[in-house]
Design a protein around this ligand. Structure first.
Ligand SMILES: Cc1cc2nc3c(=O)[nH]c(=O)nc-3n(C[C@H](O)[C@H](O)[C@H](O)COP(=O)(O)OP(=O)(O)OC[C@H]3O[C@@H](n4cnc5c(N)ncnc54)[C@H](O)[C@@H]3O)c2cc1C
Length: 386
């Protein structure tokens, strides 16, 4: 096993580090889950795209620099190391884009990828419905054939940043005679115009991070179907596999949080419970383990072994690690942990409590951890259905 980076990879790291250090905004931006913050985040993402750093592993024709997947992981490490703004384009570039590369037509790639990566076309995810969350195949939204396209009707919910996005992707029942996973089609649909109402929903922290989407005979042309009619489930599973597997939560994010935790402990070691040191070490080791596991997954993928159902184990690991890491930070801060974002006295501008609140959502989004454990039990361990 060779854990060293090549000369080319080291040069790549040096190049992106130097660009990021020179260009990352000097002050942190307001949350990208607010209207004001979202617009500022998009501005930053345009700058990133124009300099060729938005989607480093993509082909050059779509704005990438054809970097390897290892180099993409290196870029992510550097991105989080300098605490660059969180990517509000993530549902597009990390989830929809891999699906378009796999299932999209050439025309769709030309039309969607560049504007999406530049933040000129922002995309939300619209799987969940009021009565279809974990059991997504029970969804009720429909698409009826009409001249030149389809009319979409139904309600979607919990759509992250849907309140500010231009379009969303989701599944609709195109053949009502078929049940469950069959007869579903994967559509990309607009969030403005006739036939669609978008209602923002405030989160616990006050940010308008979600939206409910109400569709009534919303016209969508044929060219907005990803994959084949009635075969959307397979396409959707490719998207969810990106969410749980490689692309949504790269190790750089957790390594940077673990490094901040070590720094926090060093600053508070005289006052906080010394026993917390073990938890800090544990958090740091968890992030390192996730890093090496991810490099191994990339090696497997390049050798023709896709991640498959193991992405469920991945998702359980990073989401639970994130909760533990933030809990440790709050224990170090003691009463100071209660100081909210924006409070002058809050450590790290209140980033720990804000991060903790979001970490609590990790075991829920991208498919709850209970469901991921079911998948791992059946498809990784081969246990019988309960
Ligand atoms: C921060 C955040 C962002 C999100 N963003 C989006 C988004 O952008 N787009 C989108 O479409 N959705 C989004 N969601 C919604 C998310 O996908 C759903 O919340 C999730 O799939 C669970 O569905 P549910 O809330 O309907 O819960 P339910 O499915 O009703 O589940 C309730 C509880 O029952 C458990 N449960 C259900 N079935 C089983 C089973 N068979 N075995 C064991 N336990 C079970 C679940 O684990 C859960 O604990 C987001 C959620 C969060 C928290």
């Amino acid at each position: 096993m060779n854990l060293d980076f090549t000369e080319q990879e080291n040069a790549f790291r040096a190049e992106c580090r130097s660009w990021l250090e020179a260009n990352v905004p000097k002050h942190s931006l307001p949350s990208g889950d607010t209207r004001e913050g979202y617009a500022l985040h998009l501005e930053w993402e345009r700058k990133l795209f124009d300099a060729g750093w938005s989607c480093v592993s993509w082909p050059k024709q779509y704005g990438g620099r054809e970097a390897s997947l290892y180099e993409w992981l290196i870029f992510e490490e550097e991105y989080y190391r300098v605490q660059a703004p969180s990517r509000v384009t993530q549902n597009g570039i990390f989830l929809l884009a891999p699906t378009i590369f796999e299932f999209g037509t050439e025309a769709q790639k030309e039309r969607i990828l560049r504007p999406m990566a530049r933040g000129d076309l922002s995309i939300a995810q619209a799987w969940s419905e009021p009565n279809a969350g974990s059991d997504l195949a029970s969804l009720k939204s429909t698409a009826k054939r009409t001249e030149g396209g389809w009319l979409l009707t139904g309600q979607k919910t919990w759509s992250t940043r849907g309140a500010f996005s231009d379009m969303a992707y989701g599944l609709f029942r195109t053949d009502p005679s078929k049940s469950r996973h069959k007869g579903l089609t994967y559509f990309l649909f607009p969030l403005t115009g006739e036939g669609v109402t978008v209602r923002g929903v405030d989160r616990l922290d006050g940010d308008e991070g979600f939206a409910e989407l109400f569709l009534e005979d919303l016209f969508v042309p044929d060219e907005n179907i990803i994959g084949e009619v009635d075969k959307g489930w397979e396409v959707a599973m490719a998207t969810t596999s990106s969410e749980r597997g490689l692309s949504l939560r790269s190790p750089g994010r957790f390594m940077a949080t673990a490094a901040r935790l070590v720094d926090l402990f060093r600053r508070y070691r005289e006052t906080c419970d010394p026993a917390l040191r073990d938890q800090v070490v544990d958090a740091w080791m968890g992030a390192q383990a996730y890093r090496w596991y991810t490099f191994k997954s990339v090696t497997d993928m390049l050798n023709g072994k896709p991640i498959g159902a193991e992405s469920s184990l991945n998702k359980v690991f990073w989401s639970e690690m994130d909760v533990r890491t933030h809990e440790t930070a709050l224990a170090i801060l003691e009463q100071g942990a209660c100081l909210d974002e924006g409070s002058a006295a809050a450590d790290d501008e209140g980033a720990w409590i804000k991060g903790f609140q979001f970490a609590l959502a990790g075991p829920i989004y991208a498919g709850t951890n209970e469901i991921q454990r079911n998948i791992a039990a059946q498809r990784v361990l081969g246990l019988p259905r309960g």
